[in-house]
Design a protein around this ligand. Structure first.
Ligand code: GDP
Ligand code: MG
Ligand code: K
Length: 297
């Protein structure tokens, strides 16, 4: 007898910093998508796959949109964000429990043109002092979008995520699994390794080093149980290189240590991590360079 299975795509949308990547990581139970306080952390669309019983949910994390900036990298990121609204079985629209911005409005506009069902996830309720403060825009949102469900959650503290997940599962259409049951992402180990290094740099340097920085994995090889990863960090200017390396190499050392800890727990093995910093001028505003770095998908 063939058991029936369900399988579908779920787009996680919302403005930068509402907690989309955090939500994805906690739903999957693994650190797949990097998160930070900085709004431009997620650059690519990214799949997180969860198979539970007879249901496979394929989540699409999106970079979020960036209004009012016209650099090439922003155009690519916005394109990746709008593509996510199409061809999905369900949209989870993540909003902040309090703040409401023009970027939220932009997402609402996109959603009104989409025919997919919508669940609104009101995130960061752990920061809520009283129930009365819960997003004054909820009523407006409900009227505008007529969502199928509104679910308050805390992605960070794992609050109410089971409820969200069981709702999501109900929207998955009947069909064969598209990925093996134990696969949790479409991205390669190399890609995730580069993302983890990038996350540590973003966290260590904050505003000092903007998004004109990229990480390429030059080596990813096992020798017995030792995984050697060599990563090239590309920055735009000499000043940025100096900041990244820090006094007597202190900064880059800290970045390397933190990244290595995450990599060891992710790959469950000893990791030797080599970091190199190189200057590559002007790439973030050069479409051709962006293409060669893989931002054209
Ligand atoms: P994204 O840009 O929408 O992908 O947002 P991120 O997942 O990168 O999260 C942005 C920031 O919000 C990070 O500092 C997260 O730790 C934080 N964050 C995400 N979810 C929650 C939550 O439920 N509660 C709190 N207090 N912070 C959260
Ligand atoms: Mg993100
Ligand atoms: K972010």
């Amino acid at each position: 007898m063939v058991e029936s299975t369900q399988c579908g795509y779920v787009a996680i949308v919302g403005r930068p910093n509402v907690g989309k990547s955090t939500l994805l990581n906690h739903l999957i139970g693994q650190k797949l998508s990097i998160t930070s306080r900085k709004p431009q952390t997620t650059r690519h669309n990214f799949l997180g796959i969860k198979t539970e019983n007879n249901t496979q949910m394929i989540f699409v994390d999106t970079p979020g949109i960036h209004l009012g900036q016209n650099k090439a990298i922003n155009r690519y990121m916005n394109k990746a964000a709008t593509t996510a609204f199409k061809d999905v079985d369900l949209i989870v629209f993540v909003v902040d429990r309090l703040a409401w911005t023009a970027e939220d409005e932009w997402v609402v506009k996109q959603l009104k043109n989409s025919s997919s069902p919508v669940i609104i996830a009101v995130n960061k309720i752990d920061q809520l002092e009283s129930k009365d403060a819960l997003l004054p825009h909820l009523e407006f949102l409900t009227q505008e979008l007529n969502p199928d469900h509104v679910v308050p959650i805390s992605a960070l503290r794992n609050n109410n995520l089971e409820r969200l997940e069981s709702l999501v599962a109900q929207y998955m259409p009947e069909g064969q699994f598209l990925f093996p049951e134990d696969q949790i992402t479409d991205r390669s180990s190399r890609f995730i390794a580069a993302e983890i290094v990038r996350e540590k740099i973003t966290r260590q340097l904050g505003d000092e080093l903007p998004y004109q920085m990229t990480v390429e994995i030059e080596e990813f090889s096992y020798e017995g149980a030792l995984l050697t990863i060599s990563a090239l960090i590309l920055v735009e200017r000499n000043g940025q290189k100096r900041i990244l390396i820090g006094e007597k190499g202190e900064k880059i050392k800290q970045i390397g240590q933190q990244a290595r800890m995450d990599l060891e727990s992710l790959f469950d093995t000893k990791v030797m991590l080599n970091l190199w910093v190189k200057i590559k001028s002007g790439w973030s505003d050069d479409e051709r360079a962006l293409r060669s770095l893989g931002y054209n998908d």
